[in-house]
Design a binder for this molecule. Structure first.
Ligand code: FAD
Length: 311
């Protein structure tokens, strides 16, 4: 499970006892969960380590104001919606958030593609990784999608799913045993054979499977966080990264509720039409029956267009 060691829990508790007076803006919603790990998958978590700014920082930057601002809440809300709608993005770069995330290595590989963030990963050259690897639940095992090469289709039958789970578990366990053997260490860090030198950690780690867990600190501004969430909280994103994005989206709601509302409205749940799509939509609205062959859209674009209209 997502258990922390006694020492890790103590450090979090100590951190949460620290309360300092500040002249900076404070997000009450985020203060309530600051430092606490929120479980994701079977051993992972997301926790907010620190943050700077809130909704008011976006408004303050957009107006280049001297103070906190004296406008009405409705005006600030209107401004945030306007900024997001019109791609006026830099005010959102003024608020930042820092997370500590624990995730399987294959999820980290997708995550790291989001380059506009600062990352510091747990070093498996320096430290020994724990025997912690992700095994999907039976419900999350599916066949390869026939339509989408990057997706899943229907669920595996129970017998096949159980076989997959057994293989994943056995392979990871065996590779971890070999990892320890190469390091010449047992589970508690003691040397197995005093007459043998252990292989360097940076080399021994190479046989660990991609479902082993890694961890990092991840700092990102609100603008780039929304880019990440738009792609990874989307139903097309792989389930294992999407569950992290959904937790982070909940955190964003607590941190910047107005921006989160505008983000859902204008980005996450919004649809963009191509010029051809818009032209077709206008013809349909005028009562015309339009087929794909009467447009210049490819079959794939057409099916995406129709799916967007159906909702
Ligand atoms: C469903 C899905 C499938 C994917 N499949 C694949 C795949 O098969 N193979 C694969 O390799 N990747 C894949 N990706 C990753 C994808 O191509 C992007 O790398 C990833 O989503 C990060 O997006 P980004 O570059 O916009 O984000 P960031 O790296 O955070 O960058 C944000 C923005 O900053 C700018 N920027 C950042 N760095 C540069 C730069 N060096 N040069 C110019 N502009 C820059 C760009 O405007 C960019 O949009 C997939 C992503 C998704 C969501």
């Amino acid at each position: 499970m997502n258990e922390l060691s006694t020492e890790q829990s103590r450090q979090i508790e100590d951190g949460r006892k620290l309360v300092v007076p500040t002249r900076r803006v404070v997000s009450e919603g985020l203060e309530g969960i600051l430092l606490q790990p929120i479980p994701v998958l079977d051993h992972g978590f997301v926790r907010v380590v620190d943050y700077m700014g809130d909704d008011s920082s976006v408004v303050q930057a957009a107006r280049v104001s001297y103070g906190r601002g004296t406008r009405k809440v409705s005006e600030d809300r209107g401004l945030i919606h306007y900024l997001l709608r019109h791609w006026h993005t830099t005010p959102f770069e003024m608020a930042e958030i820092k997370f500590h995330v624990k995730m399987p290595i294959f999820v980290a590989r997708q995550w790291i593609r989001h380059r506009m963030a600062s990352v510091n990963e747990y070093s498996a050259r320096y430290s020994i990784l724990d025997r912690e690897f992700y095994v999907p639940s039976e419900d999350d095992l599916a066949v390869q999608s026939a339509e989408n090469r990057q997706g899943r289709g229907s669920a595996l039958n129970s017998e096949d799913a159980q076989r997959v789970i057994d293989l994943l578990r056995q392979d990871a366990e065996r590779n971890y045993d070999h990892y320890l053997e190469m390091l010449n260490q047992n589970e508690t860090g003691e040397t197995i054979d005093a007459n043998r030198a252990g292989l360097a950690r940076e080399l021994a780690r190479m046989n660990l499977t991609l479902n082993f867990y890694t961890q990092w600190y991840w700092k990102i501004d609100l603008h780039n966080l929304m880019n990440f969430l738009r792609l990874r909280a989307d139903p097309h994103a792989q389930y294992e990264i999407r569950v992290y994005a959904e937790v982070i989206l909940d955190i964003m709601e607590k941190w910047v509720p107005v921006t989160a509302e505008a983000f859902r409205e204008h980005k996450l749940n919004a649809v963009t039409f191509s010029a051809q799509g818009l032209k077709t939509l206008r013809r349909m609205l005028a009562g015309e029956q339009v087929n794909q062959s009467e447009t210049s859209m490819s079959s794939r674009e057409w099916s995406e267009f129709m799916a967007a209209l159906r909702g």
